[in-house]
Design a protein around this ligand. Structure first.
Ligand SMILES: [Mg+2]
Length: 266
């Protein structure tokens, strides 16, 4: 018999590209449901709430509930609460998904003298935000970054991501942040605590530098799907460039299901 598998599944480039569902995304999720295999969606995106992410998926006819979504904001909130205590005062550079996650975790959002500066993507970021965040960090506040992504693909263009804003804060404060999102450990540890225990956990994603590196770093099995950043044409060179080799490579999610013998045989 197969070992029982659990899955940590990336979103962008794996389930969808912007507003477009990726082929076999819904079939794969429906199959996992039928087989009763546990899974979570794990995203570095810090701006959307889990409910908004789930709704986005359902819009594309992929079954999803908020409880099945792990964001870098939730993982950041949990990390701060665990490391510094639930009443910790936090200065937020970010959007709704991050604020909500911090509040729900019992952290205090403050405008002055914070214990921690937490930063995600903030599309209203300006000189004043930079000046205050860097000042708090220089004065001794801890600096936590939701995700290191420097670029954010949307509408066929690349936009600056949380990592690019962080470059400014790091430059102005002289301090490197603790990073929560993939390829770093905290988001994986957070997701693993939420996932029911199974024999073997597979990390599934389209990005060697984030998804696959994070999975390998956490000692999990890794599967690269060639539906996003990695494609048939570039996968060889991306493996060379990243220095990361996945356990499995599949053209799409149902081919991965085949490789893992999840489909009825015969
Ligand atoms: Mg992706």
């Amino acid at each position: 018999m197969n070992p029982q598998y659990g899955f940590l599944i990336d979103l962008d480039g794996t389930m969808y590209a912007g507003r477009q569902r990726i082929p076999y995304a819904n079939e794969f999720i429906v199959l996992l449901k039928e087989l009763g295999l546990p899974y979570l969606f794990v995203t570095n995106n810090s701006s959307r709430t889990p409910e908004a992410v789930a709704e986005h998926l359902r819009h594309m006819h992929i079954p999803a509930e908020a409880e099945e979504v792990v964001t870098s904001s939730q993982a950041a909130a949990e990390y701060i609460a665990e490391t510094y205590g639930r009443g910790t005062g936090v200065f937020v550079v970010g959007e709704e998904g991050l604020r909500l996650a911090l509040e729900e975790t019992g952290l205090r959002l403050v405008d002055n003298a914070p214990d921690v500066v937490v930063q995600g993507i903030d599309r209203a970021f300006n000189y004043d935000t930079l000046s205050r965040a860097a000042g708090f960090i220089r004065d001794g506040a801890k600096y936590v970054l939701t995700n290191p992504d420097r670029m954010l693909p949307a509408d066929g263009k690349l936009h600056p991501g949380a990592g690019s804003l962080s470059a400014a804060i790091q430059s102005a404060s002289g301090i490197h942040p603790t990073v929560i999102g993939k390829p770093h450990e905290p988001i994986m540890q957070h997701a693993l605590r939420q996932l029911p225990k199974t024999d073997q956990v597979w990390v599934v994603g389209d990005n060697l530098w984030t998804d696959i590196a994070a999975g390998a770093g956490a000692g999990l099995r890794t599967a690269l799907v060639l539906t996003g950043l990695a494609t048939k044409d570039n996968v060889k060179s991306q493996i060379e460039l990243s220095g990361v080799t996945p356990d499995r490579i599949a053209d799409h999610l149902m081919q991965l299901a085949e490789q893992l013998m999840l489909l009825p045989q015969g």
